[in-house]
Design a protein around this ligand. Structure first.
Ligand SMILES: Cc1cc2nc3c(=O)[nH]c(=O)nc-3n(C[C@H](O)[C@H](O)[C@H](O)COP(=O)(O)OP(=O)(O)OC[C@H]3O[C@@H](n4cnc5c(N)ncnc54)[C@H](O)[C@@H]3O)c2cc1C
Length: 411
């Protein structure tokens, strides 16, 4: 099989690159092994939340204070400013509605009731202008009875610290009785599968009655696995501000975002090889000629261009052995300190050096093997390292913007 572009990895990075390629009319394929970080998403795409441990208000200004190795600095300010406005419309073309902008961070509510900076947040999650002032005097937190992956008391404590009065209740509908027979079945994704039109109508009635009198209702994000139809229906029926709070994984809104991006890509004519793993490649003269996968066996998958978006350790884009850090598909050069003692900090609260490890690339994101550049392969997203998504709050931004950097022509 031959394509213009083959993308290895179908997380946020791979999907963004694939959509941008397919929208330009390239014959594009994604080969993706399995779940991505989107399945654990908080519902917010982060751009830049902190630099040197200090919270960021204006991400575009704060980028200048990042180290030279950070992907944003490598893309460069001018190019960043031309790519940033492309993100929200791309998500919107895939049907993903978000709130926010790249000039000034908004703030979102975590499941523990903390307030964190946010760039683009799914429309059904609450965001605020200020980290200190919430727009509600009182909220009703409504859990689904027996749902274990959501902690209303922590959320309420955090909200009360911000001066918001909270009531906590749980509610149930008969449609969930089957799941409830086994505690292990009461997971967010399973609940979302059950909540169809009639179940949502029942649920709306219950929520309305317990939420009476509150300025807003907060509930766990357990609706809308494939699209946001049931989310919109419930919000419409409840007919007062209703926002979702992320739960323990699996993240229903994250899976929804992944499915909507997948669907948009395939509707554009893209080929999605889901559940397939690239196991090796044939290279010649500094170029990738073909990749090979588990499902296609000896059949070569060829393209003039390859984009690698296999993620970091979490998705096995990088693998740590006792003595080295490797990139398992091509054996690309990886940047990491030789002494293992420098890989991590014993204080788990501190920034962990391994978070910044990644495939070594040139200015155009081309990797190398043994110092020799691969000219038709580019590595983007969290496989490239150079940043700490946890401490800097920049994970989705790096995914989206590096992907757009390699797929958007320069003017
Ligand atoms: C648990 C978790 C939660 C996060 N939550 C957030 C959040 O809420 N907001 C935020 O801004 N950032 C978040 N991040 C940061 C996250 O890294 C980025 O947001 C971004 O989603 C990373 O995307 P990616 O596509 O580069 O990598 P990944 O999402 O890791 O995707 C890599 C994909 O490549 C596939 N793959 C790997 N090897 C192969 C192979 N050999 N062949 C084929 N496919 C392969 C994997 O199966 C996977 O699907 C989170 C990160 C983690 C780990």
């Amino acid at each position: 099989m031959n394509f213009d572009t083959i993308i290895i990895g179908g997380g946020l990075t791979g999907l963004t690159a694939a959509i941008a390629s397919a929208e330009r009319g390239e014959r594009t394929a994604i080969i993706s092994a399995g779940q991505s970080a989107l399945h654990f998403s908080s519902g917010t795409f982060e751009l830049l939340g902190a630099v040197d441990g200090k919270p960021v208000t204006n991400p575009v200004e704060a980028m200048d204070r990042l180290p030279d190795t950070h992907p944003y600095r490598r893309i460069g300010r001018e190019r960043m400013l031309s790519l940033l406005p492309l993100v929200q419309p791309l998500l919107s073309r895939a049907g993903i509605a978000t709130t926010g902008n790249h000039y000034i961070n908004r703030y979102r509510l975590t499941p523990l009731g903390k307030i964190k900076p946010a760039w683009l947040t799914l429309d059904d999650f609450a965001t605020f202008d200020s980290p200190d002032r919430l727009p509600w005097r009182s909220v009703a937190i409504v859990n689904i009875a027996d749902f274990q992956d959501f902690y209303p008391t922590f959320l309420a404590r955090g909200l009360r610290d911000h001066g918001v009065e909270c009531t906590i209740s749980s509610t149930s509908i008969k449609e969930l009785d089957n799941l409830r027979r086994s505690a292990t079945e009461m997971r967010a994704a399973n609940i979302a599968r059950v909540l169809d039109y009639s179940a949502v109508c029942n649920l709306a009635g219950r929520i309305k009655s317990v939420g009476r009198g509150a300025d807003a209702i907060l509930m766990p994000a357990v609706l809308g696995l494939a699209d946001d139809l049931m989310v919109s229906l419930l919000r419409r029926l409840v007919n007062k501000p209703l926002y979702f709070i992320s739960t323990m994984p699996t993240s229903v809104p994250g899976v929804r975002a992944q499915m909507m991006l997948n669907r948009y890509f395939t509707n554009l004519g893209g080929t999605l090889m889901a559940g397939d793993t690239v196991t090796g490649a044939r290279l010649d003269n500094g170029r990738v000629e073909a990749v090979f996968t588990n499902n296609h066996g000896p059949e070569p998958l060829t393209a003039s261009r390859f984009i690698m978006a296999t993620g970091s350790f979490f998705s096995h884009g990088l693998v740590a052995t006792p003595s080295s850090v490797i990139e398992p598909v091509f054996g690309l050069d990886v940047d990491y300190p030789a002494d293992r003692a420098d890989w991590f900090s014993k204080n788990i609260g501190q920034a962990q050096p391994f978070m910044e490890f990644g495939v070594r690339t040139d200015d155009s994101w081309h990797p190398s093997i043994g110092g020799n550049t691969i000219t038709n392969l580019q590595c983007v997203g969290s496989v490239t390292g150079g940043c700490n998504p946890i401490k800097q709050g920049c994970g989705a931004g790096v995914a989206l913007l590096t992907a757009l950097d390699v797929t958007t022509p320069r003017l």
